[in-house]
Design a protein around this ligand. Structure first.
Ligand code: TXA
Ligand code: MG
Length: 349
């Protein structure tokens, strides 16, 4: 997958300095094509512990390990099934994370005590250069999204600074890499239980279950209750600080009318033509999204952050289309708006 064309030229001295910081056990925020990551040396349990501390994330939540294209997979995964090799061949570097059985030598801190490991080779040129520099391309950078636990993921370096401040004691540096091209987190496919469950989609992303299934020549199952825990699959996640309600397009005009009649201060995100009543003085900010899944996903988190700063009591989001290609956008918005019905009834009471 090509990098965002707005990426500035590589700042190699900064990338080399960041690699040395990682080797010393410090944290480094780095751009990827999906969202920015908060990286640590995956083989240094003390460094990995700092990620959980900085994010305020429970330490039993497993992290994704980022690898360079030259990395020796057998160091990380105990068993590399043919299915994994085929997906890697087609989709790496790119926004696909594979869950495999963890190799014996890899500390279990990185996978929250589970016997599996999430592996991904990102395509962003800064991430690739950092992985190339770090431990001569043979290390792994454990990296969750560089946001505080439960918040919206960052898609620019500025968002990372908004999450953690200009200088955070645990974060050695924040590498610049422009706006993340994909804009939402990677697709996660569990290949660790192939014999019993086949390939299982744990988190939808830019790459759809259909595209993955086409390469594997079989259907990819949707998550089941026995699936490993994934924090991005908790009900309330990816959430702005302002309450958020998802409203179907056909109800939008009426819901806006009722809320503004109550004097509720609103921010609005929509993709269809606006209803005539959506120009009320109590709608403080309005953003129109592109009605295509890729540009919608690209903009989603940055726009949610902007609306979060509008001083509104509620962000109203017109529910996106549900057709093919929209699965990941709907998944993230459903989790941001985990209590739409309750929030709406409180604000309309
Ligand atoms: O696009 C991405 O995947 C970004 C960039 C930075 O690479 N990373 C990211 O990481 O979204 P994080 O930690 O915010 O989300 C990773 C998800 C979590 O839901 C985690 O539980 C799941 O991956 N995960 C990681 N390792 C796993 C494992 N061994 N088994 C099951 N789920 C795992
Ligand atoms: Mg995250």
């Amino acid at each position: 997958m090509s990098a965002d064309t707005r990426n500035p030229p590589l700042d190699l001295p900064a990338i080399k300095a960041a690699a040395r910081l990682l080797e010393q056990g410090r944290l480094v925020a780095f751009p990827t094509e999906t969202v920015y990551g908060l990286g640590a040396d995956a083989e240094n349990p003390a460094a990995v512990a700092r990620i959980f501390e900085a994010k305020g994330r429970p330490s039993d939540h497993p992290l994704i390990v980022h690898l360079s294209p030259q990395a020796d997979l057998a160091r990380w995964a105990a068993d590399i099934p043919d299915e994994a090799r085929r997906l890697i061949e087609v989709f790496w570097p790119g926004p696909l994370t594979l869950i495999l059985k963890r190799a014996a030598g890899i500390p279990d801190t990185v996978s929250g005590g589970q016997d599996t490991i999430g592996l991904r080779c990102p395509s962003h040129p800064v991430a690739l250069a950092l992985l190339h520099e770090f431990r001569q391309g043979q290390g792994g950078i454990a990296g969750p999204s560089a946001n505080r636990f439960g918040h919206v993921s960052p898609t620019t370096a500025q968002h990372v600074r908004e999450e953690f401040g200009e200088s955070h004691p645990l974060i050695g540096c924040i590498l610049e890499g422009g706006q993340s091209e994909v804009g939402i987190e990677s697709t996660i496919i569990d290949l660790s239980r192939l014999s019993s469950h086949g390939p299982v989609l744990l988190r939808p992303g830019r790459l759809s279950a259909q595209e993955i299934g086409d390469v594997l020549g079989c259907a990819v199952a949707l998550p089941d209750l026995a699936a490993p825990r994934a924090s991005g699959t908790l009900d309330a996640h990816y959430a702005p600080a302002t309450a958020l309600a998802l409203v179907p397009g056909e109800q939008l005009a009426q819901v806006l009318q009722e809320l503004t009649a109550k004097g509720r201060r609103l921010a609005l995100m929509h993709h269809s033509a606006l209803p005539a009543n959506a120009v009320s003085g109590t709608i403080l900010a309005t953003i129109r999204m592109q009605a295509e899944p890729a540009p919608y996903a690209h903009d989603l988190y940055a726009r949610l952050r902007a609306l979060d700063h509008a001083g509104a009591e509620l962000i109203v989001v017109e529910a996106p289309p549900t057709g093919s290609g929209w699965e990941a956008v709907n998944d993230r918005l459903r989790r941001s708006a985990f209590d739409s019905v309750g929030v709406l009834s409180r604000l309309l009471a």
